[in-house]
Design a protein around this ligand. Structure first.
Ligand code: HEM
Length: 418
């Protein structure tokens, strides 16, 4: 069969050194059908989905496009370890449905809104830290500590352990780039291939969660970890393993992604102050400003699916077993969906929706309401304090083909008088 090939290897982490490679993705969207990305190294070849309509079609059909048959990241893992590593995000219905029902009540918008004042306190504490010295790394002082602090508060992880959570989460992301950790770190004895992100930090989180679960069962508290350890759906509780895997997923998913949007927010605050002056003048724009920051930052670049049966997308035949990669970071700039997509506009209508939280369907981001609330509060507090943000250096991006993260962003912060 003649396959339309991508002209650039989208799996190459170097492509993302300066953020989303907009030109490359624009080319991908222009190609008819889906383009085939040839494999190299640890990566098998895959179909690249760059347009929103195609991405939504794949995302909403978990029967054809499975999360469970292969790895949802771009590199393959051996079949014998797949089940050992899987959390809810790596599973298909009906097991996925059961696990999601165990946790979904804690993440409804109503429930999430009850965390508002705790989030505002955290945001203000971190902004105080930065403004008291006037300059520093926005990622280290603001964007990193807020989401992990919030998720730890919600779960009921003691304050003394928050730094350990940040450290382990950082290593999980580093697993997709170059930074190495000793294989025995955190007391790990599990072969790395059996661990998410091949990282001993995943073992560290798993081990921490097992001990936390024991503690919650022995001394139940009023926190989410206790609720998750004891909640029942159809008479069944989380097993110790599923509980620990959910914990790992939350610490990664609830942390790195929101951090990335908060880091990108600072870039926009610095380079597009007029846009935020509009939000300050019309607070009703907060909601659309939040969506625009998330669309523009696209913290997760892609997730992959494996075709469970023959299918066709955009006229391209896909054979059972083929890998299909949904590039959220491309669909979010699809010019047939968003007018002038490269413009950052705080008043962009909420619909059509962006795909940063996924293209819809059973895996749609569980923490979307929480992430939106955290970002809204951060924007509100920056504007309330009338902070002016200036960049002191170019941002340093995480070297990764999976997350659009920023490692360091040095800024100067002043309260403006006008
Ligand atoms: C801006 C911030 C965030 C972004 C961009 C983001 C993005 C995503 C994406 C792309 C998915 C996969 C969706 C799919 O396959 O359809 C996902 C799933 C998920 N996210 Fe988020 N996320 C964010 C924040 C959060 C937060 C704060 C939490 C934790 C509370 C969280 C927890 C999860 C979980 C547990 C899943 C798996 C859901 C499932 O498999 O059913 N995320 N997220």
């Amino acid at each position: 069969m003649n396959r339309q090939l991508t002209s650039t290897d989208l799996a190459n982490p170097d492509l993302y050194d300066h953020g989303i490679p907009q030109d490359v993705f624009a080319d991908l969207r222009r190609q008819p059908g889906l383009a085939w990305n040839q494999g190299s190294g640890e990566t098998t070849g895959f179909w690249s989905v760059g347009r929103m309509a195609d991405l939504v079609a794949v995302s909403r059909d978990p029967v054809t496009f499975s999360s469970e048959l292969g790895h949802i990241q771009i590199y393959d893992i051996d079949e014998d370890v797949r089940a050992k590593r899987a959390s809810m995000i790596d599973l298909d219905p009906p097991i996925h449905t059961h696990l999601r029902r165990l946790v979904s009540a804690a993440f409804t918008p109503r429930h999430v809104n009850s965390y508002e004042s705790a989030i505002r306190d955290r945001v203000n504490a971190q902004l105080d830290d930065l403004t008291s010295v006037g300059s520093g790394d926005w990622v280290k002082t603001v964007a990193a500590p807020i989401p992990i602090g919030v998720i730890c508060d919600i779960l009921g992880v003691p304050a003394g352990d928050h730094d350990l959570m940040i450290e382990m989460s950082d290593y999980l992301v580093a697993g997709t780039s170059d930074r190495e950790l000793d294989p025995t770190a955190y007391g790990n004895t599990t072969p790395l291939r059996e661990l998410p992100f091949n990282s001993p930090a995943a073992f560290g989180l798993f081990d921490y969660a097992c001990r936390a679960r024991e503690r919650c069962l022995a001394h139940p508290g009023d926190d989410l970890l206790t609720k998750l350890a004891t909640v029942e759906v159809d008479g069944e509780r989380f097993s110790a393993t599923d509980f620990a895997r959910f914990f790992q997923l939350m610490i990664f998913a609830g942390n790195e992604t929101t951090r990335s949007s908060m880091a990108h927010l600072a870039l926009h605050l610095a380079t597009e102050p007029d846009q935020f002056a509009r939000v300050a003048a019309s607070p009703g724009l907060i909601e659309t400003a939040v969506e625009e920051v998330i669309r523009y930052s696209s913290p997760i670049l892609y997730f992959r699916r494996t075709a469970a049966r023959d299918a066709e997308i955009a006229g391209t035949p896909i054979a059972a077993g083929d890998k299909v990669v949904m590039w959220y970071a491309s669909a979010n700039f699809d010019e047939t969906v968003f007018s002038t997509p490269l413009e950052f506009r705080v008043d962009r209508p909420r619909l059509p929706a962006h795909s940063a939280f996924g293209g819809g369907g059973v895996h749609f981001c569980l923490g979307a309401s929480l992430a939106r609330l955290e970002l809204a509060i951060l924007i509100e507090e920056v504007l309330r304090r009338r902070l002016r943000i200036e960049l002191l250096d170019e941002p340093i991006f995480v070297r990764s083909n999976f997350v659009n993260g920023i490692e360091h962003l040095r800024v100067r912060v002043t309260a403006s008088d006008d």
